[in-house]
Design a protein around this ligand. Structure first.
Ligand code: SF4
Length: 448
């Protein structure tokens, strides 16, 4: 009988995408996926080191598995991802029943590590550099009609709150040809939407060169090349960094038919003092200036952001500055986080950590403000018609979830096949979703 595997993924889209690679590898190794823990013989935790309590959650999950493994000695437990890269040998010291610890650069070794674990007991590979780019690995994509495409893993910045440079290493851009080959392959398989992934997409290409030229490839050029791939109807990207943003990206967004009118533009704080302490090398006025230019160049663009509340040393005045920028920016949506120190980051050792109750109180004020703004922005959409792409539906087929090019979630009365394009007239609005009435379906992904 085939062995079954189960993958639990924590954290960001980069991790979700790595899980697709893990799934592809295990499938290539002759295993089949399951969602039932009781029948899984290989359990993989693809971990995140960014969010609060990431390690507590991991060790909680591992504690639960200890008993399961005692009852099923053939079960193999794998810890992958950023926490594996960061904690390395500490994981198997704390949880000796873990069979494999595989870091972010060692994914291609996963099957080999599992095999060696059968013969020789617990294994670990947390090498510090990538020998085989993940594009060379198989991927079992979650959806048939949309896919993430990694363009530049790693990061050369040193934001003081962030663990990514430590666990993902410096930025390594893929060649333009390599990215295009993957997008073309996806299009041939019926994918209609791709999201280009990088920690800082604007610096894509900085570590590459163009043969017989002194230039380096630019992210805007990559957008234009991906836009030419036949069959791809929606191109998204995440995330740009306000410091490295350039006008040619706005021009590419405006001129490329398939690049969606949405930008995730992480602000983090509206206080110049806090931005400096975070080592984010832009200031509030520059951030707002970019937003104006983006909105001018790409009319109707949807804008989302990330905001951290309670960074060490954040005063009430700093926080009010953040509220002020949020009000002026008029984000459609925001991912709001309460700061929590992450071991290994510089900010974790900063004095003046803000008391938990103060962080909580500020967080609630920020969320209330953003909810009001999100609702106002959502109500502006009522009565308008958008092309939406259906992403899924409820089990009984009574309603479907779809998305506009501007990244707004639209609930439709179902049923609809995932991957269907239709026009929808917006009838109602809430802060986090719209409701719409479908007009005639335009096409399905498979038919494109
Ligand atoms: S830009 Fe800053 S927040 Fe983003 S991954 Fe790099 S270090 Fe982390």
């Amino acid at each position: 009988m085939e062995r079954r595997y189960l993958i639990r993924t924590f954290g960001c889209q980069m991790n979700e995408h790595d899980s697709e690679r893990i799934s592809g590898l295990l499938t290539a190794g002759g295993m089949t996926p399951t969602e039932d823990l009781d029948e899984a013989e290989v359990v993989v935790f693809n971990t995140c080191a960014i969010r609060e309590n990431a390690d507590n959650r991991l060790y909680g999950n591992l504690g639960h598995l200890k008993h399961l493994k005692a009852a099923h000695p053939d079960m193999r437990i794998v810890v992958a991802g950023c926490l594996a890269q960061k904690d390395q040998g500490a994981i198997q010291l704390r949880a000796p029943w873990v069979d494999v610890v595989v870091g972010t650069h060692a994914l291609p070794q996963l099957l080999e590590l599992l095999h060696r674990a059968e013969e020789d007991g617990p294994q670990m590979d947390v090498r510090e550099y990538t020998e085989v780019f993940p594009s060379a690995l198989p991927a079992a994509r979650h959806d048939a009609f949309r896919a993430w495409v990694s363009i530049a893993p790693g990061c050369d910045n040193r934001c003081t709150f962030c663990i990514v440079p430590l666990v993902r290493g410096p930025q390594r851009s893929r060649s333009v040809g390599d990215v295009l080959a993957e997008v073309q392959m996806l299009a041939r398989r019926g994918v209609v939407e791709v999201t280009l992934l990088g920690q800082n997409v604007n610096t894509f290409g900085r570590d590459l060169s163009i043969p017989e030229s002194s230039r380096r490839p630019l992210f805007a050029e990559l957008l234009r090349r991906v836009d030419e791939v036949e069959g791809i109807r929606r191109i998204r990207f995440t995330s740009p960094h306000p410091h490295d943003f350039t006008p040619d990206v706005i021009e590419a967004m405006a001129e490329c038919d398939n690049v969606c009118e949405h930008i995730h533009f992480p602000m983090q704080s509206g206080s110049d003092r806090v931005l400096r302490a975070m080592q984010r090398s832009y200031r509030r006025d520059r951030y707002l200036g970019w937003l104006d230019r983006i909105r001018e160049g790409v009319p109707g663009v949807g804008v989302s952001t990330d905001i951290i509340v309670g960074f060490p040393g954040e005063t009430e005045k700093d926080f009010v500055d953040t509220l002020d920028v949020v009000e002026r920016a008029g984000f459609d949506s925001a991912y709001t986080f309460q700061y929590s120190p992450r071991p290994g980051t510089r900010a974790a050792s900063f004095e003046e950590q803000v008391p938990k109750e103060v962080v909580q109180e500020r967080f609630e004020r920020l969320v209330a403000l953003q909810e009001r703004i999100s609702l106002e922005r959502a109500r502006e959409q009522v009565g308008r018609t958008f092309e939406v792409l259906v992403e899924g539906g409820d089990r009984k087929g009574r309603s479907a979830k779809s998305r506009t090019r501007t990244n707004r979630l639209v609930h439709l009365p179902g049923p609809f096949e995932p991957g269907t394009f239709t026009d929808a007239k917006i009838t109602d609005a809430a802060p986090h979703h719209l409701s719409g009435e479908p007009l005639a379906p335009v096409s399905t992904a498979a038919a494109v």
